[in-house]
Design a protein around this ligand. Structure first.
Ligand code: MSP
Length: 651
């Protein structure tokens, strides 16, 4: 199966914002997902350079449009490399192949009788590259609520495309193919727009910047083709139009055009299909509009001025706040954008929202699973994956549901819904580990059961890595490396197939994927990670079984650093070395211990306690301590009375 997906081609009057990144990331996820399924993918993006606003932007910098556009196109490419965008083709509308395609396409509109020469008199908004009628203007300005700029009067002989002729055909197409325009509520906007009456569109301009009109068309002298006709044709050019017939027949029609709502109704869902009908070419199979990313409720846009969030600085912020590597920050941004808002809706972009997703979903749910399971394989099985076991139903069913749910969600571009089902699976995997308590099995010496649990947990991690690969490609690679699967060929049907993780493989070196952010905010309710102040004598009903007790993972650790938590008299922030890893813990012992007295001390910690954020500090375990007899202000930490190796289990 072939799969052809396109982003809009972006104007080069400024560098990309997170808004441009969003569409491009969404298309990248589609492309990667289809490649994983074995489809032959064509994923295209590029830059729209023949617009008047590009000339104005170049003028403002005192350079010629072409070198200006060259530089900006490079910056777009650079940004997409940075965000791990796997496009197959990057088209610039100033390229020769685009000039040829646009001229051939324009000529075919002419030959179909849908082009005529008239006179254009009216208002033009340079920012939107759109013509408006007098009555459409709002106080003499562009009626687009996101623009509102001054319009310019244009009066020139012009070429028109008979858009009005296609009203009926467009409405029929929309009625015939219910999934053609998505989301549903935007489809209705298109229907209303068309029913309101389509006007013929002026598709020429007099300028020396743009693609010259073919000489076969009357009055073509000195005219260039309207930038929107030029831009839309890029989708054909990338598929091989007009000269590479085999390629074109293979890839066209596009499977999906993706864009934001701003260029959906008028351009992609009306003008573009009408022009394709006129040229006798098949229509794209699906046209999808997402919402806007906003800041302070307003669309994030380079033309708005002020501080616009751009991917680079957002990644820097994330790395600084969390200590994560650049590839992890890239994947966290990709994840956040797709998980945060339902596709089609607007969403407010905030650094805080990104940090919360990072802490809760990535560091906790995904990272935790890996960092609990792999150290146990190292500790209990010398780093060798145990032999494959039969599918554990609670894990395998959840994996199948996640793969099926993701398939279904991707087909309607419901990325948020798709990620939710994958995260349900991660929840099931974490619960499985809690419930099976492998540390307790290790203690009790039940080797067969321990092998099964460790294998099943590692297999769940492999499946999770495959499921999240389209969204977080480099994180999936890293998880597979840590599992000892470097060079493993990931394929979609394998995602939920049980037992593919080879037994006997040696796991790779562990590295914390998503370090826990000190500053990351957590939804987890704050609670101090110290022993409760008063101990009640347990009544019979409060008794726990041995099995329940064995769920507790108590370990010996060594305090390697200690410091006060600002603005909290009782709290110390400790780094505790547990042998395999060092964790941050917050303990309410500052009234009893000076930080420097604690360094080098052995402590007993609850290592499998759910993390919590206390005064902005993420605490990943609890130090055991008790109240000193006769002094209810003083706390004594619990220490082994002879040296015990770091990481040892306390039972
Ligand atoms: N050049 C035209 C598109 C021609 S396609 C044949 C254009 N360029 S643009 O630079 O203005 O890009 C608009 C597109 O960028 C939107 O449709 C959307 O894909 C993306 N976005 C830019 N800002 C955005 C947000 N704030 N939010 C969501 N998407 C945003 O229009």
């Amino acid at each position: 199966m072939k799969f052809y997906v396109t982003t809009p081609i972006y104007y080069v009057n400024d560098v990309p914002t997170v808004g441009h990144a969003y569409t491009t990331i969404a298309c990248d996820v589609l492309a990667r997902y289809h490649r994983l399924r074995g489809d032959e993918v064509l994923f295209t993006t590029g830059t729209d350079e023949n617009a008047l606003k590009v000339v104005r932007a170049a003028e403002a910098q005192g350079i010629e449009p072409k070198p200006f556009a060259d530089d900006m196109a490079d910056r777009f490419r650079q940004e997409w490399r940075e965000l791990d965008i796997s496009y197959d083709d990057f088209i610039r509308t100033t390229e020769e192949r685009q000039h040829r395609a646009v001229q051939v396409f324009f000529d075919s509109l002419y030959r179909s009788g849908d082009l005529y020469v008239g006179k254009y008199e009216g208002w033009y908004c340079v920012s939107d590259e759109t013509y408006f009628r007098e009555e459409e203007l709002i106080e003499g300005r562009c009626p687009n609520p996101e623009c509102g700029k001054k319009v310019e009067w244009m009066s020139e002989p012009a070429h028109f495309f008979r858009l009005s002729k296609y009203e009926q055909a467009l409405l029929e197409q929309i009625g015939r193919d219910p999934g053609w325009l998505l989301p549903e509520f935007r489809k209705n906007e298109v229907v209303n727009f068309i029913r309101g009456g389509l006007r013929d569109v002026c598709i020429s301009r007099h300028s020396d910047w743009g693609i010259p009109m073919p000489s076969t068309v009357p009055d073509s002298e000195g005219a260039v083709i309207y930038v929107w006709v030029d831009a839309l044709v890029n989708y054909l050019t990338c598929a091989g139009y007009p000269d590479d017939r085999d390629r074109f027949e293979h890839y066209w029609p596009a499977d999906v055009h993706v864009m934001a709502k701003d260029i959906f109704v008028r351009f992609h869902a009306s003008m573009w299909p009408a022009m394709l009908m006129s040229a006798g070419l098949p229509l794209p199979k699906r046209i999808v509009a997402h919402g806007w990313w906003t800041q302070g409720g307003e669309k994030i846009s380079k033309s708005r001025g002020g501080a616009v969030p751009r991917p680079g600085p957002v990644l820097e912020m994330l790395m600084e706040e969390t200590g994560c590597s650049r590839p992890r920050a890239v994947d966290a941004l990709r994840y956040y954008m797709l998980r945060q808002v339902p596709f089609g809706q607007d969403g407010e972009f905030t650094g805080e929202g990104l940090l919360i997703r990072y802490a809760d979903d990535l560091a906790n749910d995904l990272g935790n699973l890996l960092h609990r399971v792999l150290p146990m394989i190292r500790r209990y099985r010398q780093g060798l994956i145990p032999a494959p076991c039969q599918a554990e139903p609670e894990l395998h069913d959840a994996a199948k549901a996640a793969a099926g749910g993701w398939d279904k969600a991707v087909s309607t571009l419901d990325f948020r819904g798709g990620l939710e089902v994958i995260w349900e699976f991660l929840g099931a995997a974490n619960r499985y580990v809690d419930h099976k308590a492998p540390w307790a099995l290790a203690k009790s010496g039940d080797d067969a059961a321990l092998d099964r649990v460790l294998y099943a947990a590692a297999e769940a991690i492999r499946i999770a890595a495959c499921l999240v690969a389209p969204v977080m490609p480099s994180t999936s690679d890293e998880i597979e490396r840590q599992l000892g699967l470097e060079g493993w060929e990931r394929r979609w049907p394998q995602a939920s197939e049980w037992g593919l993780l080879p037994g006997g493989a040696t796991i790779g070196q562990s590295e914390r994927l998503f370090p826990r952010a000190d500053a990351a905010k957590s939804k987890a309710s704050p609670g101090e990670h110290t022993a409760p102040k008063s101990s009640t004598s347990a009544g019979k009903e409060a008794m726990i079984s041995l099995k329940e007790f064995q769920k507790l993972e108590l370990r010996v650790g060594e305090i390697v650093s200690a410091e006060r938590v600002p603005n909290a008299d009782k709290l110390l922030k400790l780094s505790v070395d547990l042998g395999e890893e060092t964790r941050t813990m917050v303990a309410g012992i500052a009234l009893s211990y000076k930080p420097e007295e604690l360094v080098g001390r052995s402590v007993v910690v609850v290592a499998n306690l759910e993390p919590a954020t206390i005064r902005g500090v993420r605490s990943e375990g609890m130090i055991l301590a008790g109240w000193v007899e006769g002094d209810d202000q003083s706390i004594a930490i619990v220490t082994p009375d002879r040296p015990v190796p770091k990481g040892s289990v306390v039972s």
